[in-house]
Ligand binder design. Structure first.
Ligand code: ADP
Length: 697
């Protein structure tokens, strides 16, 4: 047979293969199917073992199909370095390689050469001349082709090109299908996370969907804590390994997550233990085994607010495609997190305002622009003596009735006000006919367009203020009055002395001086009491509380008071147990309490007995002062502990006093958590009983 004829036969043969392949491959739409079918057809046609391998996109291995001439097919996965395709691909064209010409180290551990006895007919896939953007690198080989094999070094590249067309078509199709699927997943996730404002739900939905799609072992979300810059991982997403551990925190820049957050760039690390950035401490603590991490930043308006991380790709490695998908999810996730936290800020703010509204002692009312009631707090309801439910929606001027009848005018003023807060001092109708003095302050609320949409009214009950004012006035009047009397007396006697009214009469001079001394004492006592009172009211006791020994106080205080009583001709008796507990409080105040009571008993008992008794029971200290004195009229008892109150009988009898003592006694006792009780009958005597909680032994 001439050479030309031979070529003609061969080419017919080869065209037959072409036709066969075209028929087979045009119906196959996935790349692996193309490879398998091609290997099958070529092996059958060439009566030689055929190998078709393509590299798995984004991975280091080749998927390989090896077909025997009889059609028996084997599918394998060859790691890049063991496949031995690379040195052959480096030639850049088809090659017929003799095994024996290769150095031994290229043959050792080689999958390809393990299957070939001597000769290998190889073509790159796709061929470098017809560079394909789609088909990944691969190889088409015939193992030990017979000398008359119709596939030759001259036509194998054409065969490879032919195959590439079908591979391109299948891969393109696959890619667009994949993109459709991914687009679907991303939009599903976006939709579902934007339809809730609950962060936990958002995290769970993203994690579940992302884990399934990426085929990862777990998904983590870490959020940056604004104050510290640390990343705190959402612990509800962490698996069982982390249940007993505190939330995982990474310092700024620490670990792969820290790097991603700091650099605002995504990262794929397929072998974390080979990456210096990996922070292995977490694995050590939890017992979880991390192999691979795909991590993307969560960015909201240019700011990195956290990271989204897929951990341990279940088969194979994380690739660019996974990264694109995770990035596509991270955008809507960041927005959803921002929205949820804004929403929870708004909710917190709303709760805060509601709490203020409800708990304010001032009455509050909000009105819509029709001047109807939209909210009313309990304080105002109490002030109005009304029930809340029935007031909602009613016109304010129907509910708020004032004297003078100026509320309507005031409301108009409030709705027109911009930067000022109108006020109205008036009497407010309480219930049916009573009136209460109030101060109403109003403010208008503007919407985004600057139009008044609401008004807020605050009602201050002036009764207390008036009462305080009255008490303050009384207090000053009393002080002035009380100070004036002794001062006038001192002044008068001093003048008498200076004018020589006691000259030559030592006894008289002594009497004058005695009066001056006594009145000065009284002045001094009053001033001291007032200072004590001021201190008491400044709540100094609470600030300087400590265990105080009652025994010490009584031991110091009683002897001079006993002397004072006997000097006055009274019988003084005391029953104090030897053991007395301690009381938590302020020594000076406790001293003042007991001393005042005993001094009063002595002072208001012209003749008879004064007795002091202390007892302890059930961790309670009881102190009782009893006298046979002038007693207290029944109607005086409710006022006894008020400032400056003095009974009529005491004043009439000219017994000196300020009316401050018992007020301070009561204040002091209350600040020590105790109470005071008084029983008295006019003309017969009084008993004051103090009870204080003792410190248990
Ligand atoms: P002061 O003793 O300086 O007048 P207090 O506040 O100690 O002021 O007492 C207020 C008033 O209570 C006294 O002025 C007196 O009228 C009445 N009072 C207090 N203790 C007794 C008592 N033991 N017997 C009768 N009246 C008393």
């Amino acid at each position: 047979m001439s050479k030309e004829r031979l070529e003609g036969v061969e080419s017919r043969h080869v065209h037959a293969l072409w036709r066969r392949l075209a028929e087979e491959l045009s119906g196959i739409l996935d790349a692996h199917g193309i490879c398998a079918a091609a290997a099958h057809e070529i092996a059958r046609f060439a009566q030689s073992r055929a190998v078709v391998g393509i590299r798995e996109p984004f991975n280091s291995y080749y998927n390989v199909w090896l077909c025997q001439p009889d059609g028996a097919m084997e599918q394998m996965r060859w790691e890049g370095d063991r496949a031995s395709f690379e040195p052959l691909l480096a030639h850049g064209r088809a090659i017929l390689q003799d095994k024996l010409e290769l150095p031994a180290n290229e043959l050792i551990n080689s999958e390809l050469w393990r299957h070939s006895r001597q000769l290998l007919l190889f073509s790159p896939l796709p061929t470098p001349t017809k560079r394909s953007q789609i088909t990944p690198p691969g190889a088409l080989c015939l193992l030990d082709p017979a000398p008359d094999c119709p596939v030759t070094i001259d036509n194998i590249e054409e065969l490879a090109n032919f195959l590439t067309v079908y591979l391109d078509r299948a891969l393109l199709r696959q890619r667009s299908d994949q993109q459709d699927v991914e687009f679907g997943i991303v939009s599903d996730i976006s939709y579902s996370i934007t339809s809730t404002l609950n962060l936990e739900d958002i995290f769970q939905q993203v994690a579940d969907a992302t884990r399934r799609t990426l085929n990862a072992e777990s998904i983590s979300i870490g959020l940056i804590e604004p104050a510290s810059g640390e990343i705190i991982f959402v612990d509800t997403l962490m698996g069982p390994h982390f249940h007993d551990l505190p939330p995982i925190r990474l310092r700024p820049g620490q670990g792969i997550a820290g790097w991603v957050a700091e650099n605002g760039q995504p990262l794929i690390v397929n072998d974390v233990y080979k990456d210096q950035r990996f922070y292995a401490q977490v694995d050590r603590q939890s017992g979880f085994q991390t192999h691979s991490i795909l991590c993307v930043p969560l960015q909201a308006e240019q700011r990195v607010i956290g990271i989204l991380e897929a951990i341990n790709k279940q088969n194979g490695q994380f690739n660019e495609n996974d990264l694109n998908l995770l990035q596509a999810i991270s955008g809507p996730l960041a927005v959803a997190i921002e929205n949820a936290s804004l929403h929870s800020d708004v909710l917190a703010e709303k709760r805060r305002i509601e709490t203020i509204f409800a708990s304010m002692s001032e009455g509050m009312l909000t009105l819509n622009k029709e001047e109807r009631i939209t909210a009313i707090n309990d304080s105002l309801l109490t002030l109005l003596r009304q029930e809340g439910e029935e007031l909602f929606g009613r016109p304010a001027s129907e509910v708020i009735r004032t004297r003078p009848n100026t509320f309507d005018k005031f409301l108009k003023q409030v709705f027109q006000a911009r930067d000022d807060y109108p006020q109205l001092a008036c009497d407010l109708l309480q219930g049916k006919e009573e009136f209460v003095p109030v101060l109403i302050s109003g403010a208008s609320v503007q919407d985004e367009e600057g139009k008044t949409s609401e008004a807020i009214l605050v009602f201050s009950d002036l009764r207390q203020v008036r009462e305080v004012e009255r008490m303050r006035d009384d207090f000053f009047n009393n002080i002035i009055h009380e100070l004036r009397t002794p001062l006038a007396t001192i002044l008068m006697y001093a003048r008498l002395l200076r004018e020589g009214k006691a000259e030559g009469d030592q006894a008289k001079a002594d009497r004058f001086l005695g009066v001056i001394e006594r009145e000065s004492d009284r002045l001094q006592r009053m001033v001291r009491q007032m200072l004590q009172l001021a201190k008491l009211e400044a709540r100094e006791i609470q600030r300087s509380s400590e265990p105080v020994s009652l025994k010490n106080i009584l031991e110091q205080m009683l002897p001079p008071l006993a002397d004072q009583a006997t000097e006055k001709g009274l019988t003084f008796s005391q029953r104090i147990p030897t053991e007395l507990p301690q009381v938590f409080g302020n020594e000076e105040t406790l001293y003042m309490i007991f001393k005042n009571l005993i001094e009063n008993a002595i002072k208001f008992t012209p003749a008879g007995a004064v007795s002091v008794e202390a007892t302890v029971a059930n961790n309670q200290f009881q102190f009782r002062v009893k006298d046979d004195g002038i007693g207290i009229p029944e109607q005086g008892i409710p006022n006894l502990f008020k400032r400056f109150y003095r009974t009529q009988t005491a004043v009439e009898r000219g017994i000196a006093g300020t009316g401050l003592g018992l007020y301070m006694v009561k204040e002091g006792i209350e600040k020590h958590g105790g109470d005071i009780e008084v029983t008295s009958s006019e003309g017969k005597g009084s008993t004051f009983t103090v009870r204080l909680p003792a410190i248990s032994e």
